[in-house]
Design a protein around this ligand. Structure first.
Ligand SMILES: O=C1NC(=O)NC(C(=O)O)N1
Length: 310
């Protein structure tokens, strides 16, 4: 049957699937469940300098077409995730550490600690959390993003990656890619984070469905798949020297196939994992293998990045 084996920054993986940062990865027990699952890799909840309770509840709602969330970066603080990363068995599967400091200084402190720990973990720098009140997303402020990257790339010196927000304009794809391409140790790009500040209204109650920010929150699920695929392919085309991780709207093996076709090397699962649990990785691999067999593909590299245009 088709082989899902792949590699990421020269590390071998059994398959290209992993969780999206923030989903099933805030506490050690959740992370352990991902290690025990058939996911090919895992990433920790975006961490900040100190532990955070996050935003008031209700702050997440599953919907027929996906999800809306305004979690507000609830996490155990960066030391908790560095401790977890220090105990992880990297022979079993790669571990990514997501970092979302609330300031450049916080990010530099966390990144320096990660570098000092000398662990095989991969740093995913989150530039795109839309849910901390008063904190603009660095991903939507190109000057701030460039400054963040200049300082983090210099301080960390090792290969790292970024988690980007979705962009919706070719000028923004061009400008963001031009910035990313200036950093040689910026080795991977994860597209996309949630589509920020959507508003879901419940007709019966005539109300918003989450409490924070008057109900405005990040969208995931079916709502975001075409935007996620566009961003994966836009950066795949513009950043040939970098590896793309796809995230957004994955619920079936066909969605995984589409992300790979668009140029992704790994594929992250958020909303659907939140709703189905880690067994989803078995289902997605089964569905992807079935689809590959039907199409006559035996390995991912036979079609990855080979999206046809009309
Ligand atoms: O980067 C993030 N994206 C989201 O959609 N939500 C979380 C959060 O709010 O913590 N962070």
């Amino acid at each position: 049957s088709p082989d899902l084996a792949t590699s990421f920054l020269e590390q071998p993986l059994d398959n290209p699937l992993m969780n999206a940062a923030g989903v099933w990865c805030t506490l050690a027990a959740q992370l352990d469940a991902l290690v025990e699952s058939s996911a090919g890799a895992l990433v920790t909840k975006s961490c900040t300098l100190s532990r955070r309770d996050g935003n008031a509840e209700p702050r997440y709602r599953a919907l027929p077409l996906g999800s809306i969330n305004s979690m507000g970066l609830p996490n155990e603080g960066y030391a908790y995730y560095l401790d977890y990363a220090a105990c992880h068995d990297y022979e079993r599967k790669p571990l990514f550490v997501s970092v979302s400091g609330l300031s450049l200084d916080d990010n530099l402190t966390i990144v320096a600690a990660l570098r000092e720990a000398v662990l095989p973990a991969f740093l995913e720098l989150n530039l795109s959390c839309p849910n901390v009140e008063g904190k603009p997303q660095p991903g939507y402020d190109f000057e701030a993003m460039d400054q963040f990257l200049a300082e983090v790339a210099t301080a960390y010196r090792r290969p790292f990656g970024v988690k980007l927000p979705p962009y919706f304009d070719f000028v923004h794809f061009d400008t963001a890619a031009e910035i990313l391409n200036r950093y040689d140790n910026l080795a991977f790009i994860t597209c996309i984070n949630s589509i920020g500040n959507g508003l879901v209204i419940d007709t019966d109650s005539e109300s918003t469905v989450i409490r924070p920010k008057d109900g405005f929150g990040g969208l995931g699920g079916d709502y975001v798949l075409p935007t996620a695929l566009a961003n994966v392919n836009a950066f795949y085309r513009r950043c040939p020297g970098k590896t793309i991780i796809g995230c957004g709207g994955v619920q079936t093996g066909a969605h995984v196939f589409q992300h790979l076709l668009a140029g992704a090397t790994l594929v992250q699962v958020g909303t659907a994992l939140h709703e189905e649990g880690p067994s989803i990785f078995d289902r997605l691999q089964h569905e992807l293998r079935e689809l590959m067999a039907k199409k006559g593909y035996s390995r991912i590299e036979e079609f990855r990045g080979r999206l046809k245009t009309l």
